[in-house]
Design a protein around this ligand. Structure first.
Ligand SMILES: [Zn+2]
Length: 82
């Protein structure tokens, strides 16, 4: 009785969309980014996710050099409502 291909996230080998290398588990890795095409046209917009290294995303984000999600302080803060 087969249930099809494994979709266990722990067993997937992920490849970085920016550098092409494999992504090992790390402090923030693996990360995923969402590409939303036709973002201004809400009815037509579609999204696709890509895996990446946190460091590769940080290097590619030329206009946003200090990403909150990639700082330890962000994770130390409590979620609103907790
Ligand atoms: Zn990378």
């Amino acid at each position: 009785m087969s249930s099809g291909p494994s979709t266990d996230p722990a067993s997937l080998e992920l490849q970085c969309v920016f550098c092409g290398e494999g992504i090992e588990d790390g402090e923030y890795d693996p990360c995923a980014v969402a590409l939303i095409a036709k973002w201004k046209l809400a009815e037509q917009a579609r999204s696709q996710y890509f895996f990446c290294h946190s460091t590769c995303f940080q290097q590619a984000a030329k206009t946003y050099p200090d990403i909150d999600l990639l700082r330890p302080e962000f994770w130390a803060e409590e979620e609103p409502g907790d």
